[in-house]
Design a protein around this ligand. Structure first.
Ligand SMILES: Nc1nc2c(ncn2[C@@H]2O[C@H](COP(=O)(O)OP(=O)(O)OP(=O)(O)O)[C@@H](O)[C@H]2O)c(=O)[nH]1
Ligand SMILES: [Mg+2]
Length: 322
């Protein structure tokens, strides 16, 4: 047996073996063959799990808030897994340590699994690693999965936007609502949290948000705005209630099922893109291409022709062809 055999680890992880689960997350993180094998093993199950995405600007208090939400889930005797995505730091260092410290209260609780995840090795990056990780956690039986990510880049917004409920965390002051709007977070938000409401400016942020919401159109669900002071545990029950209300809404209206279907199709598209890109890398590394590269560089043949040959495409002629 391979040390990192996904099937074997999966059996162990389902028996609440946290070391095995941590190893599986590392497999997801690395991407490649192991991650693909794992995706095959976990596909199509875990529909009973609820995925909550928590995003917002750096330092908004996402981890502190997540820590408090864990307590809410645990108070209902449910198990919860948390993945904190760490897309930027080159080593699994600072940010991860910070997250761990902030969620340390739960470190000895067997019903809580917390992991930071970096996705640099993964060819599909964040876009594939996050759904892979969420599916894995659902598969091993966590009814609640929380994903924390900094909502700055387009891919991150897309990824977190695929969660069942998307929580966007802001802080008082005039900047955050505008930044969130620019980042495209307004379209994916299901619940807004104004954290650090102990600071000045919470009312202004609420007003900014309300104005932006007035200019948007909603079908069925209007995102509520909840104020919290995560460090003091204030407003946390309201925040959790808002998440649960959104969940009820998704179930009642059928929007939840549509969202999940859209998520699968989107994931599929990403997988195809990643697979094609992997194939292209293989072709470019092939020795037969190296010879042609010399012809291209010396001006004997143009790059378009080589690209067509390489990919096995017939060149399409006609006004509509790209
Ligand atoms: N005053 C105040 N400070 C808070 C509140 N919530 C969190 N903080 C503090 O804000 C800082 C950042 O909190 P984190 O929970 O790490 O924020 P984050 O959004 O997870 O940060 P990154 O993951 O690094 O983007 C910490 O020093 C917290 O103690 C709050 O409600 N009020
Ligand atoms: Mg954090």
């Amino acid at each position: 047996m391979r040390v990192d055999d996904p099937a074997q680890l999966l059996v162990q992880a389902k028996q609440s073996n946290r070391v095995a689960l941590a190893r599986l997350i590392s497999i997801v993180e690395r991407g490649g063959f192991g991650a693909r094998e794992l995706a095959r093993l976990t596909w199509g199950q875990g529909d009973n799990s609820y995925l909550v995405g928590i995003t917002g600007s750096p330092g908004a208090g996402k981890s502190t808030l997540t820590d408090r939400l864990i307590s809410q889930v645990r108070a209902r005797s449910q198990e919860v897994a948390v993945i904190a995505i760490d897309p930027t730091s080159p080593f699994s260092g600072g940010a991860i340590l910070g997250d761990r410290v902030r969620m340390q209260e739960h470190a000895t609780d067997q019903g809580v699994f917390i992991r930071s995840m970096a996705t640099r090795g993964h060819l599909g990056g964040l876009a594939l690693a996050v759904p892979d990780a969420a599916r894995l956690l659902a598969h091993v039986g966590f009814p609640y999965v929380l994903i924390e990510t900094v909502g700055v880049g387009q891919v991150e917004v897309e990824v977190v936007g695929a969660a069942d409920t998307v929580v966007v965390v802001m802080t008082p002051g005039w900047g955050d609502a505008i930044q969130a709007n620019k980042a495209g977070l307004m379209e994916v938000a299901d619940v807004f949290i104004i954290n650090k409401a102990d600071r000045d400016g919470a009312r202004e942020t609420r007003r900014d948000l309300e104005l932006m919401l007035e200019m948007s159109t909603f079908e069925g669900w209007v995102p509520p705005i909840i104020e919290t002071v995560a460090t003091e545990g204030k407003g946390i029950e309201d925040a959790f209630d808002a998440i649960e209300s959104h969940r009820d809404y998704l179930e009642r209206s059928g929007a939840g099922r549509r969202k999940r279907e859209a998520r699968i199709l989107e994931e599929f598209t990403r997988i195809v893109h990643a697979e094609v890109s992997r194939k292209v890398d293989q072709l470019l590394a092939d020795p037969s291409f190296q010879a042609r590269k010399a012809e291209m560089v010396s001006g004997e043949i143009d790059p378009y022709s080589i690209a067509s040959d390489l990919l096995g495409f017939e060149e399409e002629k006609g006004p509509e062809s790209l």
